[in-house]
Design a protein around this ligand. Structure first.
Ligand SMILES: Cc1ncc(COP(=O)(O)O)c(C=O)c1O
Length: 298
């Protein structure tokens, strides 16, 4: 991070806070050898993890879907998260909670692994520069496709991010801020670490998860905020055409929060940041700054 006030990361590994330079896992961990594990990215504001219950639900569902028995209770995970936040110098930041299949033999068979590993990192994370957040991101549609849902269900937040990384490399090489991946049918799936929304004639639209989008917690929050604001919103399959001809487009995610998009493949949005983005982002900022992160007061 190029933030001058960047704090030293805080790390929690298998039961205790450890100095970052000692937060190491084995080269035999199947999380490293095969990407065999699941994770969550969670933001905390004023030392409070945002929508922690939803993140833990997703973690437990992802683990069950890959037949990984997590030996920690929900309460133990909440403690690990809170201990890590307490050990971090800044009251605001980003948490990475990772559960791997654990240390095993070189073969792929997970029965080789004796016990899952768990670690939590608190650090700063900013997906784009502040100016980009203000002026809007330049986005490309990547040639790299999202893995098909019948290969790996997009609702599983697994440690396999290679095709997202390839799309991210494409964005960097094209001088863009972010890339959007299409699914095998050529419809919009998601960004490399964020969900995609477009606005057309006052209507908010985002692809359904089975188009190849992670069921993002920020995405869900934005859909709830739209409902509270009386903005019509729907999960709708989208083509690149819908990105190119949108009035507004923006990205959402725990790392991204809400990023307005200025252009996609050189086609400029009608407005950036547009009125719908502005209204939803205002409500989002208000929500993360309250003690109750559910929607009763939005
Ligand atoms: C591939 C992908 N899509 C979407 C998202 C946004 O999800 P969330 O809002 O839960 O962070 C993320 C972020 O974790 C992601 O990695």
């Amino acid at each position: 991070m190029n933030n001058a006030f960047h704090c030293r990361a805080a790390c929690w590994l298998n039961g205790k806070i450890v100095p970052p330079e000692q937060a190491n896992i084995s080269v035999f961990d199947h999380g490293l050898l095969y990407g065999d594990g699941v994770f969550e990215g969670i933001r905390f504001y004023r030392r409070r993890p945002f929508r922690l219950e939803a993140h833990l639900d997703r973690l437990f569902y992802s683990a069950r879907a890959i037949a990984l028995d997590l030996p920690w209770s929900r309460k133990e995970l909440v403690s690990a998260v809170n201990e890590t936040i307490a050990a971090y110098d800044n009251p605001e930041g980003y948490l990475r909670l990772v559960a791997t299949r654990g240390v095993g033999a070189l073969g792929i068979d997970p029965r080789n692994c004796t016990a899952p590993s768990l670690f939590v990192i608190a650090d700063a994370l900013s997906l784009v520069a502040r100016e980009t957040r203000e002026q809007g991101a330049r986005v490309i549609v990547a040639a790299t496709r999202r893995l098909p849902p019948d290969g790996l269900d997009p609702r599983i937040k697994s440690l396999n991010y290679l095709n997202h990384i390839l799309a991210r490399i494409e964005a960097t090489r094209a001088g863009a801020d972010e890339a959007i991946l299409l699914n095998a049918a050529g419809r919009v799936a998601e960004g490399t670490a964020d969900n995609v929304f477009v606005v057309r004639d006052g209507r908010l639209m985002t692809p359904p998860p089975m188009e190849g989008a992670l069921a993002g917690i920020t995405r869900e929050t934005v859909l709830e905020l739209a409902c509270a604001a009386g903005i019509p919103a729907s999960e709708t399959p989208l083509a690149p055409y819908d990105l190119y001809t949108a009035d507004e487009c923006f990205l959402t995610g725990t790392g991204a929060e809400m990023i307005p998009v200025a252009e996609v493949d050189g086609r400029r949005m009608n407005a950036c940041p547009g009125p719908v983005y502005r209204e939803l982002n205002r409500r989002f900022r208000a929500l993360v700054n309250t003690d109750n992160d559910s929607m009763n007061h939005a």
